[in-house]
Design a protein around this ligand. Structure first.
Ligand code: GRF
Length: 217
């Protein structure tokens, strides 16, 4: 088995990146984390990546000013020079343009802390509580130019408690994120995910019904 070479793009603490690194320590896992890219020099995740012996690169978006194309060309050049096969966004807080996204068809993944298409954007946990949502969770999806859209690969759900705070809910959702992102990357790295009519198929079949997932208490 040739393991796919994966780059993880981060902006902050990188706990999802760490979950992918841990999963990839299993020699049977079909992907290796070959590169971590941060747009922020102070991202905590850079230390974690280095401690795990993973190549890191900082491409500071502030250096490029408003020139998003130049910023993305710099990222693309690093990905190419590291012979990357799959790119995972993990708390990467820059919107990517169609130019970049088009370079990674069905090879560019993102994790979002909500059950998409509900609660796109920021502050998802607070908004879920304020909306009275009873179920909340996380989604791994392929990236398309529209933010927090794109074919859904895996979702994981948690119950929202009556006395939940956004911090408490965020913590439980983060646990789900760390479980589902490695699963999604595994499926993509194994070449088992296809897209038809904007929806993912796994082994040619619809993604398993999230209703079959047992929400954590
Ligand atoms: C996660 O909640 C992720 O879903 C969102 O940003 C957060 C990043 O956390 N896109 P981390 O950097 O992976 O710890």
């Amino acid at each position: 088995m040739t393991r796919k070479r994966v780059a993880v793009l981060i902006s902050g603490r990188g706990s999802n990146m760490a979950a992918l690194i841990e999963a990839a320590k299993d020699p049977a896992y079909p992907a290796e984390i070959a590169l971590v890219v941060s747009n922020r020099p102070d991202a905590g995740g850079l230390m974690t990546a280095k401690a795990n012996g993973i190549a890191t690169v900082v491409i500071d978006h502030t250096v490029y000013g408003k020139d998003r194309a130049a910023f993305e060309r710099a990222i693309q050049a690093e990905l190419e020079s590291h012979r990357i096969d799959i790119v995972c966004l993990a708390g990467f807080m820059r919107l990517l343009t169609p130019w970049f996204i088009d370079r990674w068809p069905h090879k560019l993944l993102n994790i979002h802390p909500a059950l998409l298409p509900a609660f796109k954007g920021l502050d998802t946990h607070k908004r879920a509580i304020e909306a009275g949502a009873k179920v909340h969770g996380a989604t791994v999806h392929f990236v398309v130019p529209e933010m927090d859209s794109g074919p859904i690969i895996i979702q994981g759900a948690v119950s929202v408690r009556n006395d939940d705070t956004s911090d408490a809910l965020a913590k439980r959702v983060l646990g789900v994120e760390h479980a589902i992102y490695p699963q999604a990357l595994k499926l993509v790295a194994e070449g088992r995910v296809t897209v038809a009519d904007g929806r993912c198929l796994i082994d040619g079949k619809p993604v398993p019904d999230p209703g079959t997932l047992r929400p954590s208490a």
